[in-house]
Design a protein around this ligand. Structure first.
Ligand SMILES: CC(C)(COP(=O)(O)OP(=O)(O)OC[C@H]1O[C@@H](n2cnc3c(N)ncnc32)[C@H](O)[C@@H]1OP(=O)(O)O)[C@@H](O)C(=O)NCCC(=O)NCCS
Length: 167
């Protein structure tokens, strides 16, 4: 690894959720999630390749997005984890996305909390999350796990809020 961090734990549990490394068989769920965004859905092969690449990068970088399944039902509801995103490997971003049917039950906050603990365990001291200013639910999740507004930037889609969590 390029940086001197402990690799992130890729299997995390909370009271209601189970977070794990992506498997190729999760490609079907990845396609459904993208479908809910209302953009072009990748083919099954493309989704599988994205997962293969994600697994490779996870080993190289020691951080990753993880699938989220509910422990009781065993169903896939989305993902949460760490990405380089617009930031760096040293100060990565926390990211999450859930099926609409799973919104509003505190799942994103629960998953992001355990990912935050896992990030702290790698020895990192600062995390970021960049969120569209319109995305009230996402900004609220960040607020609930101790992120603070830092600054805004603008791209062709509008204002992007940079939120920071100092550890
Ligand atoms: C962002 C997202 C992950 C939140 O998931 P979730 O499981 O519903 O989040 P939680 O239930 O843990 O918390 C959501 C909070 O936002 C609040 N909220 C949601 N919609 C809101 C709205 N329109 N206005 C004000 N508050 C809102 C909820 O009330 C809750 O806060 P509370 O606990 O204080 O009541 C989910 O909406 C999602 O997947 N969105 C699409 C993908 C996305 O935007 N990802 C983030 C990209 S940066």
């Amino acid at each position: 690894m390029k940086y001197d961090f402990t690799p992130m734990e890729f299997h995390l549990k909370t009271e209601r959720l189970d977070l794990r490394m992506w498997e190729e068989s999760d490609a079907v769920w990845m396609r459904q999630l993208v479908g809910e965004r209302g953009v072009a859905i990748p083919t099954l092969d493309d989704a599988r390749n994205q997962i293969i690449n994600m697994r490779k990068r996870a080993v190289e970088n020691g951080i990753s997005l993880l699938t989220i399944r509910r422990r009781d039902e065993g169903d896939f509801i989305g993902y949460c984890g760490l990405i380089i995103g617009r930031s760096t490997l040293e100060e990565p971003e926390i990211a999450y996305e859930l099926f609409r049917s799973a919104h509003g039950k505190g799942y994103a906050t629960e998953a992001a909390s355990v990912v935050l603990d896992a990030a702290i365990a790698t020895g990192r001291h600062r995390l970021w999350s960049t969120v569209g200013a319109w995305n009230v639910a996402s900004l609220r999740v960040l607020e609930k796990i101790g992120f603070k507004w830092h600054h805004s930037t603008w791209d062709e889609r509008g204002e992007i809020v940079w939120n920071v969590r100092e550890i």
